[in-house]
Design a protein around this ligand. Structure first.
Ligand code: AMP
Ligand code: GLY
Length: 424
């Protein structure tokens, strides 16, 4: 089968490497792909948001199955377009992708269907939002409605910061139209867990839980990033918690989307906070997480293509989805200075005998030479029988991958270890 993967980051590289293991996959194309992905797929260079060009390519190339990985093309309706051309797809259609595309939609859905989440108010009028902030409990959280490149969330420690965030969204329009609607919500505390799941709109099959490390610096300091590393499974997410989340959050969400006439098929990502009052939804994503995918898919023992096809066909209940009992750790190597200013264009050396998977995010080929081309350059994932072993291996192997100005966090997985991650 010829498979097309839309996207070009570390997540897509992990999806492609996993699909490559399927004996039924004959050729993989990426849109756009990147310099590292080029070792595992044909990179078309077609932008992930260039929907007409993607559909055109898929038709001409005779693509048998497409995987739309990033949020933007999903929210824009890439799956609708490809399915309209008769190409089966993994991913939600536009009507369902709104679950991530609009925070106002997702908050209202959770309220209507009593799915646990932070208390909130929505505003499309700035004066009303500012008035509300005069008496709102502090800290508070201000969120732009739309995608906002993952930067639309402000945790305001003071009333002044909250006012500033509201003005930035609604007056200065720093997130464009994304910020003309906002959500102001209760600040929650507790361990965070990412649970990616396969769902065909009837059955929900959660994947192994994981833990992201969003801040750039050790000890969770400094600005937010796209993710500096991950571990799986997440030790805070016990079997008992998993059962509770299935009953209180996962199935009710899928049923709520059906009741709204927006059945969700694809990867539904639950960003959860385990609060003293129980698990609550921080955010939904309509896609695989990055860099969660880089630790979750290496633990998948079943054939990814088969599971994705079953998801698209609505026969997930009859399909085995098996994960290994091992642990995984992904250490992201970034360009020094990320997420602010950084230099690129440095050659990357990856030893041929590396005992880990490398998932390339921001790199391009200059002739035969792979060079840095982004903030997050690549992720190094290793497995182990314990979390400690996975962490030690990931760091040992990441240390052998070199490029100028490389930076990584030194404490990926340490919080998980403290939570009991050594206990298998
Ligand atoms: P997002 O950009 O939506 O992934 O949110 C970024 C981060 O903000 C999340 O991973 C949480 O750590 C934090 N966050 C979002 N909403 C809340 C909330 N209501 N209370 C506390 N932290 C939050
Ligand atoms: N790692 C968080 C996300 O993919 O949104």
């Amino acid at each position: 089968m010829k498979v097309l993967v839309v996207g070009g980051g570390g997540r897509e590289h992990a999806i492609i490497k996993s699909l490559k293991k399927s004996p039924r996959v004959t050729e993989i194309f990426a849109a756009p792909g990147n310099g590292g992905i080029a070792a595992d797929a044909v990179c078309t260079g077609i932008g992930a948001k260039d929907l007409p060009a993607i559909a055109d390519f898929a038709k001409k190339e005779g693509i048998d199955f497409a995987v739309v990985a990033p949020d933007d093309p999903l929210v824009l309706g890439c799956v609708d377009l490809l399915e309209g051309e008769g190409i089966p797809c993994f991913g939600p259609n536009k009507a369902a992708a709104i679950l991530e595309g609009s925070k106002v939609f997702s908050k209202d859905l959770m309220k209507k269907y009593k799915i646990p989440t932070a208390h909130y108010e929505t505003f499309d009028d700035m004066q009303a939002a500012l008035h509300y902030l005069e008496t709102a409990p502090i800290p508070t959280v201000v969120k732009a409605d739309g995608l906002a490149l993952g930067k639309g969330v402000t945790i305001a420690e003071t009333r002044e910061q909250a006012v500033e965030a509201v003005r930035a969204c609604m007056e200065d329009k720093v997130f464009g139209d994304s910020g003309s609607h906002i959500v102001i919500e209760e600040f929650l505390t507790g361990p965070e867990v990412s649970v990616l799941s396969f769902t065909d709109g009837k059955t929900v099959v959660p994947m192994i839980s994981s833990m992201d490390h969003k801040r750039v610096g050790d000890g969770d300091t400094g600005p937010n990033t796209g993710g500096m590393g991950t571990v799986a499974p997440n030790p805070y997410y016990t079997e008992e918690m998993a059962q509770r989340c299935m009953k209180e959050i996962f199935l009710p969400t899928v049923e709520a989307m059906n009741a709204e006439g927006r059945p969700f098929k694809g990867c539904l990502y639950f960003g959860l906070m385990l609060t003293a009052d129980g698990p609550k939804v921080i955010e939904y994503n309509c896609r695989f997480g990055d860099p969660e995918t880089q630790v979750v898919l290496p633990l998948l023992e079943s054939d990814l293509l088969t599971v994705m096809e079953a998801t698209a066909k609505g026969i997930l209940a009859e399909t085995e989805v098996k994960f290994s009992h091992q642990h995984a750790c992904c250490v992201v190597l970034a360009s020094e200075g990320y997420p602010k200013q950084y230099e690129t264009g440095f050659p990357i050396t990856i030893p041929a005998d590396l005992e880990a998977e490398v998932y390339v995010a921001g790199a391009k080929l200059d002739g035969e030479v792979l060079k840095t081309a982004g903030g997050r350059v690549l992720g190094v994932t290793a497995l182990g029988e314990s979390l400690q072993e996975a962490i030690d291996r990931a760091y040992a192997q990441a240390g052998k991958v070199t490029f100028a100005n490389a930076y990584c966090r030194k404490d990926i997985g340490q919080r998980a270890l403290q939570a009991g991650g050594t206990v298998k």
